[in-house]
Ligand binder design. Structure first.
Ligand code: DAV
Length: 322
């Protein structure tokens, strides 16, 4: 079974950075990834610099060795040159619940088929219907965080807008997930779990630099986004909270920047007492250790450049319930 973010890990996909590319600008990329960039000429395109790809791959290998040392089976996406965006963040395109997998109707057209590069590892896969057209996107979001990028025409969301706590699923409504997406996910889950939406706390990409579930009843929250516990859905209001300390800045490569410094929160649980954390985040390590959570401090030099740390670059396929 695999119904939460923390049970002991058995099998995981770890991404690869080969051929990571920023695709040609289209309406989906403009609205979803670059709503905060008013000046379109500042948006880079084409393959990431070789140094970024090589350093990311080196750090991914270090992470894989660590996971294998913990007895985890690690699989990788296909190593192919036919990459439209990247295979660095398997988290973004597939949602796993129990022994089922859902290829979500991803918000970026260029990532529509990314799940296919790991399809051999997804034995019980549903591919959500996709329906790309420009009317799905709200150009008014550019430069205005109060306007979301997605219209409510069809369900559309990245899998990384969702995290799991057994029967309770948390779904961020933002530029990378609309409300219809939450309703679609609820239908797909049926009576197995309840989808709770988190709204009005963060407009941009994904939930996993805003809320991190550590174990039943304990979560890490981003104090620059969640200001009060009553902004969380009721199901999580009685959980204990670790307010994430200010991130230690690690920088990014040139003009290539795909995340804020809060990618520091994007840790990955091997089990409820052991997580992988970016190696500079000592203040976070101290907080987690107070709660009996040991931190493996590992490098992830291009996590801001490419927009993913340990939670994003993984897709946990199997965990054992304890
Ligand atoms: O800038 O905090 C990070 C995206 C993680 N997939 C941010 C979003």
């Amino acid at each position: 079974m695999n119904v939460n973010e923390w049970d002991p890990l058995k099998k995981v996909v770890v991404g690869i950075a080969d051929y990571a590319t920023i695709p040609t600008l289209d309406t989906s990329l403009r609205c979803v990834n670059y709503a905060d960039e008013k000046d379109e000429s500042k948006i880079p395109s084409g393959q990431y610099p070789q140094q970024v790809i090589e350093e990311a791959n080196e750090d991914l290998e270090t992470f894989v060795s660590f996971l294998k040392g913990e007895g985890v089976e690690v699989v990788r996406p296909d190593r192919t040159s036919s990459v439209e965006y990247y295979n660095y963040c398997p988290r973004d395109t597939v949602f796993v619940y129990g022994d089922r997998q859902l290829a979500t109707p991803n918000t970026l057209k260029a990532r529509d088929k990314e799940y296919m590069h790991m399809v051999n590892h997804l034995p019980n896969l549903t591919v959500a219907p996709r329906n790309y057209n420009d009317a799905m996107y709200n150009l008014g979001c550019i430069g205005d965080p109060d306007q979301l990028a997605l219209n409510e025409l069809h369900p559309i969301f990245d899998a990384a807008n969702v995290i799991r706590a057994n029967d309770d699923i948390l779904y961020l409504v933002s530029n990378s997930g609309n409300k219809k997406g939450a309703a679609y996910l609820q239908d797909w889950l049926g009576t197995d779990a309840t989808v709770h939406t988190l709204e009005g706390v963060y407009s941009y990409m994904h939930i996993d630099s805003t809320v991190t579930f550590l174990r039943e009843g304990l979560m890490l929250l981003n104090p620059s986004r969640v200001k009060r516990i009553d902004q969380m859905p009721k199901a999580f209001q009685n959980w204990d909270v670790i307010w994430c300390p200010e991130p230690v800045p690690i920088g990014w490569y040139g003009d290539y920047r795909n995340s804020s410094n809060w990618i520091s929160m994007n840790l990955f649980s091997v089990n409820p007492n052991l997580v992988a954390v970016e190696e500079h985040q000592e203040p976070l390590r101290k907080e987690l250790e107070k709660h009996g959570i040991e931190c493996a401090m590992l490098p992830m030099r291009q996590s801001i450049t490419l927009g993913g740390c340990f939670h994003c670059v993984t897709l946990d396929l199997e965990r054992t319930s304890v």
